[in-house]
Every structure is written in C-alpha cells, then in structure tokens.
Design a binder for this molecule. Structure first.
Ligand code: NTF
Length: 835
C-alpha cells in the first residue's frame, strides 16, 4: 500500500476540514469522544483539550506525510541533540503555523468561548532552564520552516523547571507537574523502545574471525520509550519530530527478586530506573558532578544513536555512510558522551575497526559551545564515569592517547600543551573534560555570537583553535519571529502586515521596509498606540496577579532572564536605589516615571541569586508604598517567569536591560526578542548586543560600561572595588542605605553577604560599571521624554532586526556545518466538495 490516507481528505472531514462549521463540529466531537464531556459539565481545561485535539488532527496529515517522505527518500538528516527543549505552549504556535488562528478564533467565539482563555489553560512543557533550551526550540521551528529533514532528540522530564513562588520576598520552588492533565501533543511509541546499559565491567574475547573484541557486561539495563511531538514549519507541509525519551524498568518486576519475597527491593529497582528522567536539573550556567545527571545524558544519547542506526537500516543506508546520512549537532557538552557511544556502537556492536569508526564519528558530530564561564564547563570524575560507563572510559582513554600523540607531533617542543589539552584533567583528582572530548570528536565547533566565538578562540579553546583552526566557525543565535512576534504581539503583527504584507514572517529581512515609514507621522502614531495597548494589557495582568497598579505612561524598564550575578540584576537594583535616594533628597525632582519589572528564576542552590531576588522584592516594598515616590517609581518582581509569560513581557517593554559584564554573556536571545518588539536596549558590549547595536544603529541603542578587553585589563591590573565605593558618593550612599537595614526592617545582616561580595571581590565588576550605567540611564530618561523620537528609535529597532531570525541562524548552520538540502513534502490537496 502506498500513501497514508485511504482517500483524499475532504475539506468538511471532521479531522481535516478548516471551515468554521467543521471546526465547531470537530471541537464538539472531541469534547464528547475524547474528554467524555458535554458542554454543561465541561471545565476550561476540557475545552482546551478538545481544541488541542482538533488542531492536532489537522497537523497529523502533514506529519505523517513528512515521515513517509523521509522514510522513502532517505534524505540527509540533521539530528539536534539537546538535554533541554524549552518549547513553550504548543496550541497558539500550531495555530499560527497552520494559518488557522483566525478561523479557530471565530469558531470558538461562535461556540460562546474565548480562544485566549483556552490558550491560557495550556501548561507549558518547561523542559529547559533558559536560553540554551529555548534556542533549541527556536531552531527546530526554523528547521521545519526551511523544510530541512531533521529530528530533535532529548529527555521527557516528568518534572520540568520548577514553578517559582515568592514568599516574604524569597523564592520558593514548587515542583512542575506539567503532565498532570495529560499532554495532547505527544504520541507515545512503546513499540520503538530501546535498551540502555549501565555499570558493570568489560570483558575481552576473540571473535569468530579471530579478532580481539570487547564486550560490556552491564550491572543494569534501562528501557527508553520514545514520545514524539510534531514540530510544524510555518506555512509549509513539513512537520518534523521532537523525540523525547522516558526511562522505564525493562520489566515491571524483577521476578527473581520477587519470588524470593523481596517485593520492596523489586519495586525499588523499578522506581530507580524511572528516576533517570524524573526531573530536570534546575542549574543554569553551572555544572554539578551529579551521577544522575550523567545517567540522564548517557541515557538519552544512547537511545538517540541507536534510534538513528535503526532508522538508517530501515532506509537501507549502510552504516559506513552514517555520517553522510546524519549531521549530529551537540547542543553544548551535555550530549557529548555521544562521541564515545557512537564509537562503542560501531566497534563493539557493529564490528568496525578503530580507524573506520573514528573516521565516521568525527565526520558526524559538530559541537556548539554556549558559555565561557568556567563554572559551567562540564567535567566528570574518572571514578564516576568509569563506574557508570566502564566501556566508554576505556574508549575515552584510547581517543585521548591517540589525540595526544597528534598534539606531540604538531607541537613537538611544548609539553605543557599536553597537560592543558588532554581530555583527562590530571592536575588533581582525575576528571574527564567534556569540552575537550567534544572538540576532538567533532568536525565543527561554534560559538553563538561573533564576540563569543572570538573569545572562545582566544581563551578557553585557544589550544584547540591552534590545533584545528579549520574547525572553528561562528553562528550567531536567532529567535523565531513566529512565536515572538506573530503569536505574542498580534497587534504589532497586524500593523506591520497592513503596511508591508506578510512575507516578513518567513523572511524577516523584509522588516527593513518599515524604515521608510519612520518619517510618516501617522505610522509613528499607530506604532505608538500599539505599544500603549500592549502596555495596558500588561498593566491589567500585573494588577490582577500582583495587586500592583502600574502606569502605562511610564517607561517599562524590564530585565527578564535567569537570575545570575554575571547578568547583574543587582546593578539594576543599585540604580533603583540611586533614583530613590535622589527622590528622598529632593522630593520635587523631575524624572520620567518608570516601572522596573524583573522576571526570572534563581537556581535553587544559588544562594547569592536568591538574595538578589529578596533584595529586589525588599526594594519594591519600600518604593511602592513611599508617598514621596508616588507614581514615579514602581518595582515589580514578576513571579514564575516562563515562556508563556515571556510572550506577554517582550511586547510591552520600552527598555530592555542587557547589562551583563562584558565577556560573560555568550549571546543572549532575550535581547533579540525585546528589540524585535520595539524595545530599546540599555546594554554592554557583550554577546549579541554587539551585533544588535551594529544592526539597529548606535544612535538607537543605549551603550554603557567596560568592554571585554577593559574588563580583562582591569582584572590584570588588580581591581579593587573599595576604590569605587570611596570614590563615588552616590554609590556609597546606595550601598550604605542597604547596609543600614533600610530595606530589611532594620536587619543589617540580611544583605551583608551580597554587600561583602560586592565590596571585597566583585568578580563581575558591578561597582566599576555603576557610574557609566547611571549616566546611561539618565540619557534614557531624557530620550523617553521626547515621545515621538523615542517611537522613531523604537520603529528602527524593530525594522532592523531581520538578521536575528533563527531562520538566518539555521541557514548559517546549513551552509557552514550541516550541508543538508531542503526536501519538499507533498500532501494531497484537500478536495473542495463531498467528492
Ligand atoms: C546560554 N548558555 C548563554 O548563557 C546565553 O548567552 C546564550 O544566549 C544561550 O546559551 C544560547 O546560546 C547556557 O545556558 C550554558 F548552559 F551553556 F551555560
């Protein structure tokens, strides 16, 4: 049998039709037959589920045809391996991609319901920490939009990133039970389960051909079950697959143990296996050598590689050609054990010799580095890795020994290099350095912004750059305009589309056409009105959810991202206190009213980040109730920042805070989302800020602070934060105000750790950049008062952000690294009649 559907789908079919009546009928059908409810007893969630299934039906046709096409045509496939995918809610995005947003909205309205309320119901899959996971989500959106055959592999965490609550100003973590009401977007494939080994030992033997071989005898085996989610492209027929693995015990009970009466022991083993995919590690930009984390990494990587080999076989592709068939991208070092795993599969399970296996492996993998922070660089103790993956440790040693021989030959009079470059760190307790393994085993290595890629070559990966200069490339990050403009800012989207058509959503460079409208007073006014309306929406939300009244006429000054010292939310806080002190000293001071909005989660074990959250909330308590301040300053910490909430926040911003210490933020992607929605940036020359500023024009960007080079130079000359404290009365006044207990009901101890860290170390040079930041904020204040000119700058920001579409990033990956051609998917035409 060829084809998927027995007959051509008819437009009025309940599962494919897209006219309003069919959509209504299909929705009610799903409510009845899937939710088993009728309207009178349905909850909002039932309605959401009925709609989700209605939409899912309409994308299945594309998905199955895509899968069938890939199976038959065996095209080159990009496999994106990532421990995190921060997808955000699916429903709205799928409606946009299918071009069904308006008809569905109407159908739902005709049923007496409100689409926005149903969209609100969706519990987002928070399977990532921040930028790295969200980048992966943008990239698979763009891969599908560009019609590139691809598959994304990751982990189906039962609990994603924790939900954040604020109690007495402190962050409290609550488990994220995102699967509680079921997940209509995934399809489980139990028949495609795979087995993953752990622990035990290796044995050598001579095979039937007299060849010396190794066999791994594991201590335990865990089953991997794939859960597939279709990832649609925007207005294409392509729907690729996100395949997430869940760990299960191979049998529900170990009967040998059970029969001996050890029922609890048997159940314990089962739950231990399932623990592997229980929860996402909530640490952003820090590495912790936790065994379970390594188990997660190996588990999903082994499942994914076995799955690819199985697929290649099904398509009749010989394993010798594995690297022609798949380009595998390693999203940071988290999946890097894949290099050793592919070697193991080829050598031990498929009988390849070393040279052949290594050739295939090193033509398969490419590695993206996402950070220069030393505390984020993964390394596993040799003892732990060897205990969990004894065969992989042997392979890593062999890879390392051959690699170091090459280093010796290339740099034959530089023995220090051997120690520096070795995959095994032997300076103390021995560790496996995953970034080194990634560099040795990949054919391409990239950073995520121009500055970051340059610093990689100059600093952390300098030795590897000298060894393999040809491997290094840059791919500046990008974000999807479908989610971050079309879905999250419908008002701006219709304004833009009314002026330049809708081609920009697929070709973001077309936004440039808006530049010529910047001199049109009518357009400026429309643009301004859109921003005001969106700001009003956020004000309504903040009133309803935080009980705080904020003024849509004020500057919405927003810093939304993970809480981290290098991102310097505390520098922002010091500026708020500066303004506050000024207002107290001079109550009639004329400033542009500002609303400082913060959003972001702190890693649960990151004490200083949690103290910064507490400080922000403590400042808010004071400023929001001091009559001297009135309406001029409001501070709000927006609880539980996630993708869903981000979609409300980006469109409403006037000012985007991108104030990391130069050289520390690899790229940033929030910076792009804000600017696309017409926010102006106050920022340092860090990460992609540098390129954003070049794109939008220096005159439309508020720059402050030291450059990465100046930061390094200052560190080298001996930085002393006390000099800044003593040398700047206003700064001293701010720090003294915190120290006095003013924001902590007289408690002078509470914020002492934060003050001490600023005054005695200040590794992120907050005090050194303070004055420059304050002066820059004064320029912002002045600029905002000229409303028309601000709008002009805001339009130019939106108009010039075409470069930062994730479509452009994916094109860069394709041309420099993956070299995978697009494949058009044919889907039978919908017939227009009863047929
Ligand atoms: C993050 N890295 C960087 O800190 C961001 O600047 C960047 O935009 C994103 O990656 C995406 O490239 C990490 O989260 C990690 F894990 F590498 F530290």
């Amino acid at each position: 049998m060829t084809g998927i559907l027995p007959n051509k789908p008819r437009i009025e079919d309940d599962r494919t039709g897209i006219d309003i009546d069919t959509l209504k009928r299909a929705f009610l059908d799903n409510l009845f037959y899937i939710q088993a409810k009728f309207p009178k007893v349905s909850t909002k969630n039932d309605y959401y589920m009925a709609l989700a299934y209605t939409v899912r039906d309409r994308l299945l046709n594309r998905w199955l045809h895509t899968n069938q096409t890939y199976l038959e045509r065996a095209p080159r496939i990009v496999a994106y391996l990532s421990a995190e995918f921060l997808m955000g809610p699916h429903l709205g995005n799928n409606l946009i991609d299918l071009g069904l947003y308006e008809p569905v909205k109407q159908a739902i309205a005709e049923l007496g319901l409100d689409l926005n309320e149903l969209l609100e119901q969706e519990e987002e899959p928070g399977l990532g920490n921040g930028g790295l996971g969200r980048l992966a989500a943008c990239y698979i959106d763009s891969l599908a939009t560009l019609e590139i055959p691809s598959v994304a592999y990751g982990i189906r965490y039962e609990y994603g990133i924790f939900d954040q609550e604020i109690k007495d100003g402190w962050q409290v973590e609550v488990t994220d039970r995102w699967l509680r009401y079921g997940n209509p977007w995934e399809v489980v494939r139990p028949e495609s389960e795979l087995m993953v080994k752990f622990g035990g030992h290796t044995e050598t033997f001579i095979d039937e051909y007299g060849v010396y071989r190794v066999q791994w005898v594991p201590y335990k085996v865990v089953k991997g079950v794939p859960y597939d989610t279709p990832i649609l492209g925007f207005k294409t027929n392509t729907a690729n697959t996100l395949r997430l693995w869940k760990a299960e015990a191979p049998e529900s009970f170990d009967f040998a143990v059970f029969n001996q009466g050890d029922y609890f022991g048997a159940v314990h083993q089962k739950s231990e296996s399932e623990n592997i995919t229980k929860v996402l590690y909530p640490n952003d930009e820090t590495y912790q050598g936790k065994q379970l984390r390594l188990e997660q990494q190996y588990f999903f990587v082994s499942c994914s590689l076995q799955d690819m080999i199985r697929l290649a076989k099904m398509q009749g592709v010989a394993l010798e050609r594995f690297h022609e068939h798949f380009a595998i991208q390693l999203n940071d070092t988290h999946p890097t054990i894949a290099i050793a795993e592919l070697m193991r599969l080829l050598l031990d399970e498929h009988g390849f010799d070393w040279d052949r296996a290594w050739d295939i492996t090193t033509k398969t993998f490419a590695y993206t580095n996402h950070t220069l922070l030393p505390e984020a660089l993964e390394r596993w103790s040799v003892a732990m890795l060897g205990g969990l993956l004894p065969r992989h440790l042997e392979l890593i040693y062999e890879i390392n020994s051959r690699f170091l021989d090459e280093v010796r030959i290339k740099f034959f009079e530089d023995p220090d290099r051997i120690a520096r470059m070795s995959i095994i760190d032997e300076s103390g307790e021995r560790y496996v350095r995953m970034a080194h393994l990634a560099c040795v085993g990949s054919y391409a290595i990239n950073g995520v912004a121009e500055l970051h890629s340059r610093l990689l070559k100059q600093t952390v990966l300098h030795d590897f750059y000298e060894m393999y200069p040809e491997k290094f490339v840059n791919v500046t990050n990008g974000v999807t305009p479908r989610r971050f403009i079309a879905l999250s800012n419908p008002r701006l989207t219709s304004l833009i589309t009314s002026k330049i058509g809708d081609g920009w959503l697929k070709n973001l460079g077309e936004l440039r056409k808006l530049e010529s409208l910047v001199d049109d007073a009518g357009f400026r006014n429309d643009f301004y009105q859109v921003k005001q309306a969106v700001k009003q929406d956020l004000a309504d939300y903040v009133r309803a959810n935080h009980g705080v009244e904020i003024n849509p006429e004020s500057i919405y000054d927003i810093q939304a991202k993970r809480i981290h010292e290098y991102k310097r939310q505390h520098l922002n806080a010091l500026y708020i206190i500066t303004l506050y002190n000024r207002l107290k000293a001079n109550p009639s001071l004329d400033i542009a009213p500002r609303t400082f909005l913060f959003g972001g989660k702190a890693a649960p074990g990151y004490y200083m980040a949690k103290l910064i959250v507490k400080l922000i909330n403590s400042i808010a308590d004071v400023t929001n109730s001091d009559p001297d301040v009135g309406d001029r300053i409001k501070v709000v910490f927006l609880t539980d920042y996630n993708v869903k909430f981000a979609q409300r926040v980006y469109p409403a911003a006037n000012l985007s805070e991108q104030i990391s210490t130069a050289g520390k933020e690899a790229s940033g992607t929030g910076n792009m989302k804000f600017s696309m929605n017409g926010a102006l940036t106050i920022g340092t020359l860090d990460g992609a800020n540098v390129e954003i500023r070049e794109a939008v024009g220096a005159e439309n960007f508020f720059l402050f602070g030291m450059t990465a080079e100046e930061v390094l130079a200052k560190k080298a000359e001996g930085y002393n934060p006390w000099d800044y404290y003593h040398g700047n009365d206003e700064l001293k006044g701010v720090l003294d105000r915190i120290a006095s207990g003013f924001f902590s009901h007289g408690d002078t101890e509470l914020f002492k750790p934060l003050l001490d860290s600023l005054l005695y170390q200040d590794i992120f040079m907050v005090l050194a950049d303070y004055q420059s930041y304050v002066e820059c904020q004064e320029r912002v204040d002045g600029a905002f008062r000229d409303r028309d000119n601000w709008t002009r700058m805001s339009i130019l920001n939106a108009a010039r952000m075409g470069h930062f579409s994730s479509d452009r990033s994916i094109r860069d990956y394709l041309s420099q690294i993956w070299k995978a051609p697009a494949v058009k998917i044919d889907v039978p035409e919908y017939s227009q009649s009863n047929g």
